[in-house]
Design a protein. Sequence first.
Length: 310
Amino acid sequence: APGEVITAQSGAFERDPQESSTTDEELSRAGSPGSRGCSSSTTPDYGEKRLPQALIIGVKKGGTRALLEAIRAHPDVRAVGTEPHFFDRNYEKGLEWYRNVMPKTLDGQITMEKTPSYFVTNEAPRRIHSMAKDTKLIVVVRNPVTRAISDYTQTLSKKPEIPTFEVLAFKNRTLGLIDASWSAIRIGIYALHLENWLQYFPLSQILFVSGERLITDPAGEMAKVQDFLGLKRIVTEKHFYFNKTKGFPCLKKPEDSSAPRCLGKSKGRTHPKIDPDVIHRLRKFYKPFNVMFYQMTGQDFQWEQEESDK
C-alpha cells in the first residue's frame, strides 16, 4: 500500500553508487572556453556564462540524454554535455563554480543542464528555488517497471556479479513484498518525489515529457519542449530518423553533411529476461502511484494501457 512505501522512502535519498558520475576533471573541461564538450559544436567564444534558466531534472533511464541531445540542436539553446550534479553532490562549491561550468551564451539564448538524480534528491527543489524561483523544470518519465529494468541493466553491465533483478526487487518474495528502498524501484514512485517539488514550484513551471513518446514521436514531444521554453519550433521531424538496429530515433543535422548523431553503446542495451510474475507484481505495486501521478500532473501516460496491450 502507498502508506507502507512512504516509510521505506522516508530516509534521505542517498546517491546510488552505480549511477554514472561526472568527474571534476570532466566539468572543468566542459567549462573551458571553446570546449565542444559543453554545448553544441557552434558554441561561441563570446557571450557570457549564465546560471541555467531551465533544467532537465529527471529521471534516470527515462530518456534525458536523448532529450538533451535533441534540444541542443536548437540554435537558441546552449547546454552542458556532462552532468554537473550541482544541486545534489557539488552544492558546497557554490553558484560561481556552477556558473563557470556553463557554456557562454548570447542574449536571448537559454542555458540548460541535465542531472537526472535531482528529481529524487530531497534538497534539490529548495536549492534550485533559492537560485531562481522562475527556473523551468523538465522531467522525462517512463513506465516505472521498464525504467527499473533498464536501471538494473545499466548496473549489471558495470557489475556483472550483482544479484538477479528478482532478488533485489523483493524484501520477501514469498509474501510478494517489493523492496521500495532499492533505488531502481524507488525512483519510479514519481508521485512521492513530485510532492517534494510542488512545495517549491507550481505545476506550470514543470514539463513532463513521455520517454515512450520521445521514441515513437520525437518531433511531437520536442514541439512541447520548445513551446514550454518559449522557443520557436525549429527542432522538427526533419531532425530525426529511426535507427532500426538501435530501435530508437537518432538525430541528424539537416543543413549539415555530417554523420547523424546516435546515442552511444550504453543506450538501447538488451534487457535481461525477467520472470513475468515479478513484472506482474511490480505493475500492481506501481499502479496506485501511477494513478496518483496522473492526477497530480493532469496527464495520463497510459502505462497500464500499454501493459495490457502486451
